[in-house]
Design a binder for this molecule. Structure first.
Ligand code: HEC
Ligand code: HEC
Length: 302
């Protein structure tokens, strides 16, 4: 026997003793109640357990069918499996399943458990009793953050007559890659040569400055910088930001994004310069780029 097993043995004994002690202690809460009762009741014999009569009826869920499948002919569902399409940038996929109690008795929904923490169920407080002939709706919302492709989820509806699984399928569409025709491209280029801020105006903004509110860092980069700098068929004057030969740092990025370059196609993004971005958004881009595009050239000697 080594020290560890002695220790574990003692622990087990200590547990056993506490468990026994608890067992003996357990009945005591009942005692004061019995002792305390007589002073309030003048009759020599206290009436038998009046408290049970006084208490409001408490709903006691019947879990006896909990492990069983809900038989057919209890709930009539509009569907047991549903499929929706979601856009790439969509936050949630929302489902609603409706049903009718087609039995002659009450049926009680005890709970609804989604298969994943990303899914929340919306329904009235449980236990939720559905009278014969009545119906209800269970809403399920799937958070799509970080998900792509085809996603399958489910939710288990537990009733006092058994369980039913509701199946969810979400087809997340691939992100839309914006493409321009050659004429549009030439027109854009011509316009931008006259006014480099044109990209943020009118039609141009529908691609170059779309849904920027609340975007920061990588998301913002993809929305406003990548469209020019990462485009496969970009004009040759648009540099590859990962291959710059000048020294870069956070301040370099911040300055370029804020002011762009007059006389070129690189627009000024700061709202102080007529651009679409706030200082906080620009700072988030500068921080992001400083990490993802570290300098390739030695910093100038200070
Ligand atoms: C409308 C297309 C367009 C958009 C949008 C755009 N740029 Fe540019 N950017 C250019 C062009 C063109 C140049 C080259 C300017 C020149 O002639 O020197 C450039 C130059 C730059 C440079 C200078 C690189 C060097 O050679 O030193 C940086 C840095 C830069 N862009 C960063 C960004 C960032 C970050 C964003 C997003 C906030 C962005 N750009 C958005 C077109 C664009
Ligand atoms: C349908 C979406 C869309 C619209 C609308 C649009 N652009 Fe673009 N723009 C792009 C894409 C995508 C690129 C990247 C190059 C490519 O793929 O053709 C780009 C690139 C550019 C460039 C960099 C030069 C180049 O060709 O690579 C400039 C400048 C520009 N656009 C200006 C404009 C202006 C000005 C307008 C409005 C007149 C405009 N764009 C409208 C999608 C669009």
């Amino acid at each position: 026997m080594n020290l560890r097993s002695v220790f574990l043995g003692c622990l087990a004994i200590a547990f056993f003793i506490t468990a026994c002690a608890h067992k003996q202690v357990a009945p005591t809460p009942a005692k004061p109640a019995v002792v305390a009762a007589p002073p309030q009741v003048s009759a020599p014999v206290p009436p038998p357990i009046t408290s049970a009569v006084a208490t409001a009826p408490v709903y006691v869920p019947d879990y006896s069918h909990a492990g069983q499948a809900l038989p057919d002919g209890v709930f009539a569902w509009d569907a047991l499996s549903k499929s929706v399409d979601a856009a790439a940038e969509q936050d949630f996929a929302r489902f609603a399943f409706s049903f009718t109690n087609v039995t002659k008795d009450n049926v009680t929904v005890l709970n609804v458990h989604p298969s994943c923490g990303c899914t929340t169920a919306e329904l009235p407080p449980t236990p939720w009793t559905i009278p014969a002939g009545a119906g209800g709706v269970i809403k399920l919302n799937v958070n799509l953050a970080g998900k792509f492709g085809t996603v399958f989820k489910s939710a288990k509806v537990t009733t006092d007559k058994g369980n039913k699984d509701l199946m969810l399928r979400i087809n997340i569409q691939p992100p839309v890659v914006v493409k321009m025709t050659d004429e549009e491209r030439a027109a854009g280029l011509a316009k931008a040569k006259v006014d480099r801020q044109a990209v943020f105006k009118g039609d141009c903004a529908s691609c170059h400055a779309k849904n920027l509110d609340g975007k920061y860092g990588v998301q913002l980069y993809d929305a406003v910088c990548g469209i020019c700098h990462d485009a496969e068929r970009r004009a040759q004057m648009v540099p590859d930001l990962s291959k710059l030969t000048v020294p870069t740092n956070q301040e370099f990025w911040r300055t370029w994004i804020t002011y762009g370059k007059p006389g070129s196609l690189m627009p000024a993004f700061s709202s102080s310069q007529g651009g679409p971005l706030t200082d906080v958004q620009i700072a988030s881009l500068a921080a992001y780029l400083n990490v993802t595009h570290p300098t390739h050239a030695p910093q100038p000697a200070q």
